[in-house]
Ligand binder design. Sequence first.
Ligand SMILES: Cc1cc2nc3c(=O)[nH]c(=O)nc-3n(C[C@H](O)[C@H](O)[C@H](O)COP(=O)(O)O)c2cc1C
Length: 229
Amino acid sequence: MTVENMPSVHAAITSRRSIRRFLPTEVPQDALVRILTGAGYAPSGHNIQPWKVYVVRDATKQRITDGILKAIATEPEEAHQPEYDYYPTEWFEPYLERRRRVGHTLYSLLGIERSDKAGRDRQMEENFRFFGAPVGIFVSFDRRLATGTFMDIGMFLQNIFVGARGEGLDTCGQAIFTWYHKVIREILPMGEEELLVCGLSIGYADPSAPENRLFTEKLALSDYCTFLD
Ligand SMILES: Cc1cc2nc3c(=O)[nH]c(=O)nc-3n(C[C@H](O)[C@H](O)[C@H](O)COP(=O)(O)O)c2cc1C
């Protein structure tokens, strides 16, 4: 990486945002291969490269959508739980407010009232339709590894998110898929030892979709960084 290229790296990082409505336009396989190869350059403690990745399109993607929507319609919510806690059980400030704000902004862009539980559920289910994206990606690692592996996977995921920008593509990380790992496991060739960390959708953003007008607020550097001499 040369100094001359640095501004484009910053642009790729800052232009990334979560997209929740995609065009049906196909994602070129060579772009996907470049993104995922680049993701594999992520650092990992002791270079263990713990990521396992499944890319789904067409029939396999549809089976995942159908399987999860069927589970939602026919099985109790408690039957489907993630294998790790991404979120705290009790939210507290300042995180509670930040979390509320993103939900509130998304639903108001979509015209879904706070009291409209069915409307919110319908929007939640769009996650499982990959927000219309032609490609879904699932990332797992061997559960016998330790908590630090989540850092390695986070870096791998961010390489996908930012690498996608370099190809003119957009993404949405989707931890929500981890609730349905049992359904996903029946469809993907995942080993028993694999822990599903995250799903994501990738494709071309639909510029006319109201949900894609969501630009989340970012903190000022001084809110989270202390420079010490
Ligand atoms: C690991 C991870 C999991 C996420 N899971 C979901 C999800 O299940 N559904 C969803 O709509 N957004 C999901 N998001 C997107 C976040 O809501 C989003 O990153 C956040 O609101 C900040 O907005 P931005 O990505 O546009 O900067 C996830 C993001 C990350 C990093």
